[in-house]
Every structure is written in structure tokens, then in C-alpha cells.
Design a protein around this ligand. Structure first.
Ligand code: ADP
Ligand code: GLC
Length: 527
């Protein structure tokens, strides 16, 4: 038997081609292939994804966009994903229309029902545990914006249910691989290893700033032994960290851009986990996010009163006029800048509040749609009050308005202090907005700064600044506003940005390769 290292999944394959390709890759020897054919019934690969958010059902940020889009992109590689998600109220209303798949009698003392729901081509396993998830507020916070006090339990139960399903609790279905996302599902691999299950696990970190850090005395209450409180397990500066547990037990760790993968190995970006990540460097990989080109498509977007593409870019002006009117901003010839974002220190919105005046001195307007840190929201509102008719702040979360803002703005600002990947700048480019971004994480590798070389090579797609300080942002805003005055130059930038391809195809291939390698290794180990 000749084993071919690594599967080449470079092209989108039909299911039959995929099966054939995998067979050839595993076994060159025909007899061997015949002998092992039965084992290959696990192709196409079955994946259990475990997540706390998924678009279009529940979303607080980019995590949901990724978990919603990735399964569809992976399907072209013969990978079938079922996604386990908590039964939040918005999901339960639909899921309870279907009969239960199975009952869990005791998930950390809770009873739960597993239901199946298919929506927009996404297959969901919904964990219906009303005492934990069927309550007002968002996935993580209550109606007043405070963390649900039992988040430690809510996401431990989600992970435990994931582990039990992966280990075979669901009659008739068992995944070849589990894909977890962020701290909320990171305990899945901890539980699986406790159970002695060898199912491979990929953990994707979307944001290292959120770690699921709790007091160590919770360990028995989440069903883990005292040994889990050790430096090479979940111990984290005297507490326990769910994310660290995942990092120590997952077979492969991905983060959402190669630059962020490098950055988090340093104390500046490592958020206290850089030491751990350095010990796991052999399994750490950056895979840049893609975007769902169907959901974010300016020529078909149902939220845009005036749709457009590269050939009909002038329609964008109508959306702009509408936006200015809707946000009570004075009309004018200058550029319309916008930010659609969580209003937090990470996203640099305090810096924007400080230097937004640069936009108004240059005849521009600014719209901010977002919510988060109340002090920064207030700082933005205070700036808006100083420049009536020029700046509007809409505190809240609104998907249709987010689309309209991309459809009508000239530029989207994203001055993040750190940014694992960032999706807003990718949506911006597709909608002909020229992004102004800090040079960090995924922003640094998805936007090409409009310097002289990039401009003459017709490659520039936006404006970057570094170091990430208010003066840097001010200067970048000035550069963008000046460029806007040169209509031909601006139109070129818009078209170059629109041509950039950040569809999921490339990145899905990288995930397919990771999945293929891990399942192959497991297969070799067990046969
Ligand atoms: P993050 O996940 O760190 O918040 P991303 O750029 O990866 O940042 O993704 C943010 C996602 O959330 C995008 O889809 C963006 O359009 C959306 N979003 C952020 N804030 C709002 C808001 N206030 N209203 C609507 N959509 C928002
Ligand atoms: C996180 C990150 C963001 C990334 C998103 C999706 O929320 O902050 O940069 O794009 O996850 O991976």
C-alpha cells in the first residue's frame, strides 16, 4: 500500500469524483483499495460543527457569518456538516415544529432534547434545554446587556452535548470529525478526551480576547476532575479557561488569518495565551475568512433600494442620497464614511470619536451603526452633537441597515487595535466602498494600501495606517478624503476593491485539507 501524503482537494469536485480522489489518495494498490472499500463509506466526510452563533438565525458578529457560510462552501468538497447550536428562542420556534431526534437525560444535571432543523441549506442540531437557552436577551447577555450569570454552564452543556453526539450518542449518526469555534464550544474536545474518544477535533479561534475564564471551583460542576486544574490542562492564572482547555486538547487549531496566527504568538496579541500557543505551534494555522457572495451581493441585495454592480456603480449615489436623508445628514459633495461595528476598544471606535472632525473639515459625512461599550457610544454621540448634520450615530444592531450603509457609503472605516480577520472590510470592497483600516491581523492582508506603487500597479483597494493611534487614523482619513476629490482615481479604487475575490472557495479548500489530513491520520491509527 502506498500512502499519498495529503489530499489534493484543489478543485471543487462532484461527490463521485471526491470519493474516487480520496480512494486514490489513500491507496494506490488496487487490491488494498478493494479490501478497504468498506472503510471508506465514511466518505464523504461527516462533520459536527459546534457553535454558539450561526447566520441567519442568531448573530452578534463575524462568528455567525463564518459558521453560516462555511458548511455551504465545504459541501462542494463532499463534506457534509451538521451544526449543533443552543435552542435560543428564535431557533426553538422553528425547531419545535419537528419531532425530537433524541433525549439527553443528564447534561450536567439538565435534561435536553435534540432536534433537527434545516434552513437555507444548513443542517442544524438544536439543543433544546429551555432552562439554559430559552430566555430573553442575546446569546451571551440579558436584555440589560449583562452576561447571563450561568454562561459557564450554558456553554459547558453545549460542549458536553457535542462530545456525546461525537462519541456516538445519536443513534445512526456519528461524525468523522468535530469542528469547534471559540471558547463557547472549546470544552467539546476536553470532554471527548475524558471519554477516551479519538474523534479528531479542529478548534477555530475567532477572537482570543474572549476565553471563558471562570473560578477553578467550578470544575466539579462542569463534570471535570481536579486534575484539569493543572498548567498543561485548563489552569489559567489561578482560574480555569475553557479556551485553554480546547487549545490543549484539539488536534488542530486554526485562527482566521495567517497574520493573526503570527501575532498571537507574542505577548502583545496573545492575551495571556501566547505561551500556550507557542507550545502548540506545530498544529496552529491561519486560514483567512471568506464571505458569502450570495448574502453580500450588491446586484441582488434585497435590502438595497438601488442595486448595482461594477458596470452600474453610479446607482450607488442613489443609495447614498437616501442614507443621508434617513440619518438626517446635510447633503454635500464630500465623501460619506461609515462604520458598522461593535463599539469597543478592540474596534478603535474611541479613536474615531476623537479624530472624526478631520472628515467634516474636508466636507465629508460620517454614519456609525453599532453598539457595545456605553462610554465609547457616548463619546461618539458627543462628537456627533458637535457637528450637527454631519455625523449620525445609531446605537443598535440592524442587519438591513448594515447592508444599506454598505450600499451607499463611499468608505467604511475599521480602525481596529487588533482584528483576527474582519469581515466588514470584505463586504465594503464588494459594495464599492474603499476601506480605511489599521494595519493589523486580517485587515493587513486583505486590503492593499493606496501607496504610489500600488496605485500605479492598479492594485490598491483601500487605505491602511500604522501604528494604530489616533494620529494615524486622522492621517488615513485625510488621505482618503483627498483621494475622493480625484474622481477618476476614486472610481479606479472602487473597481479594484470590487474585483478583489474573497469568496469562500480558497479558504474552504484549506479547511477541507485539514479535515482530510486529520481523518486520514485517525484512519491510519485505527486500522
Ligand atoms: P466581529 O466579529 O469582530 O464583530 P467582523 O468584521 O468579523 O467583526 O464581523 C462583524 C459582522 O457583524 C459583520 O457581518 C457586520 O456587518 C456585523 N455587524 C457589526 N455590527 C453591526 C450592527 N450594529 N448592525 C448590523 N450588523 C453589524
Ligand atoms: C471575530 C473577530 C473578527 C473575525 C470574526 C469571524 O469576531 O473579531 O476579526 O472576522 O470573528 O471569524
Amino acid at each position: 500500500m502506498t500512502k499519498v501524503a495529503g489530499l489534493d482537494l484543489s478543485l471543487a469536485l462532484s461527490r463521485a469524483q471526491f470519493i474516487q480522489r480520496v480512494r486514490e489518495a489513500y491507496y494506490r494498490d488496487e487490491d488494498e483499495a478493494a479490501n478497504r472499500r468498506r472503510a471508506l463509506t465514511r466518505v464523504p466526510l461527516h462533520v459536527l460543527a459546534v457553535t454558539s452563533e450561526i447566520y441567519p438565525l442568531v448573530k452578534t458578529g463575524g462568528l455567525a457569518d463564518v459558521t453560516g457560510a462555511l458548511p455551504k462552501a465545504l459541501a462542494t468538497y463532499g463534506i457534509e456538516t451538521h451544526t449543533l447550536i443552543p435552542g435560543y428562542p428564535s431557533i426553538l420556534a422553528l425547531a419545535r415544529l419537528h419531532p425530537p431526534l433524541m433525549e439527553f437525560d443528564d447534561l450536567l444535571g439538565e435534561r435536553a432534547t435534540l432536534r433537527h432543523l434545516e434552513i437555507d441549506g444548513i443542517s442544524l442540531f438544536v439543543l433544546d434545554a429551555p432552562t439554559l437557552y430559552d430566555r430573553p436577551g442575546g446569546p451571551y447577555v440579558d436584555e440589560n446587556g449583562y452576561d447571563h450569570p450561568d454562561n459557564w454552564k450554558r456553554f459547558a452543556v453545549l460542549s458536553l452535548a457535542g462530545a456525546e453526539i461525537a462519541a456516538g450518542a445519536l443513534p445512526g449518526w456519528r461524525p468523522d470529525l468535530v469542528h469547534t469555534h471559540d471558547w463557547q464550544s472549546a470544552l467539546t474536545s476536553v470532554y471527548l478526551r475524558q471519554m477516551g474518544s479519538p474523534v479528531p477535533v479542529v478548534l477555530t479561534i475567532h477572537n482570543l480576547a474572549f476565553q471563558g475564564q471562570y473560578a477553578a471551583d467550578l470544575l466539579p460542576r462542569i463534570g471535570l476532575p481536579p486534575e484539569a486544574y493543572s498548567v498543561d490542562s485548563m489552569e489559567y492564572f489561578g482560574d480555569i479557561s475553557y479556551l485553554k482547555g480546547g487549545l490543549m486538547t484539539a488536534d488542530h487549531i486554526t485562527v482566521v488569518s495567517p497574520t493573526y496566527a503570527r501575532e498571537i504568538l507574542s505577548p502583545t496579541f496573545g492575551m495571556g495565551l501566547d505561551g500556550v500557543l507557542n507550545t502548540r505551534i506545530d498544529r496552529l494555522q491561519g486560514i483567512v475568512n471568506g464571505i458569502d457572495n450570495e448574502v453580500w451581493n450588491p446586484s441582488t441585495d434585497p435590502y438595497l433600494p438601488f442595486r448595482f454592480d461594477m458596470k452600474s456603480l453610479r446607482n450607488k449615489k442613489n443609495n447614498k442620497a437616501l442614507l443621508l436623508e434617513r440619518f438626517n445628514l446635510q447633503p454635500g459633495d464630500g465623501p460619506l464614511f461609515s462604520a458598522v461595528t461593535r463599539v469597543t476598544w478592540q474596534k478603535g471606535m474611541d479613536m474615531l470619536a476623537e479624530v472624526a472632525d478631520e472628515i467634516f473639515y474636508r466636507g465629508g459625512r460620517l454614519i456609525v451603526l453599532g453598539q457595545g461599550d456605553h462610554a465609547i457610544e457616548d463619546a461618539l454621540k458627543a462628537t456627533a452633537a458637535r457637528f450637527p448634520g454631519k455625523m449620525a450615530v445609531s446605537v443598535g444592531y440592524n442587519e438591513p441597515t448594515a447592508h444599506l450603509i454598505h450600499g451607499g457609503s463611499d468608505s467604511i472605516i475599521q480602525p481596529s487595535r487588533f482584528e483576527p480577520c474582519g469581515l466588514t472590510q470584505l463586504y465594503a470592497m464588494r459594495y464599492g466602498c474603499v476601506p480605511v483600516v489599521s494595519r493589523t491581523g486580517g485587515l493587513s492582508e486583505t486590503i492593499i494600501d493606496a501607496n504610489d506603487a500600488a496605485l500605479s500597479a492598479r492594485a490598491a483597494t483601500g487605505f491602511q495606517f500604522h501604528p494604530v493611534r489616533p494620529e494615524g487614523l486622522r492621517q488615513a482619513l485625510r488621505r482618503a478624503a483627498d483621494a475622493y476629490q480625484d474622481k477618476r482615481k476614486w472610481a479606479r479604487l472602487q473597481l479594484q476593491a470590487m474585483r478583489a475575490d474573497y469568496s469562500w472557495d480558497r479558504s474552504a479548500e484549506s479547511y477541507a485539507q485539514v479535515y482530510g489530513r486529520l481523518t486520514e491520520q485517525r484512519f491510519q491509527a485505527t486500522h
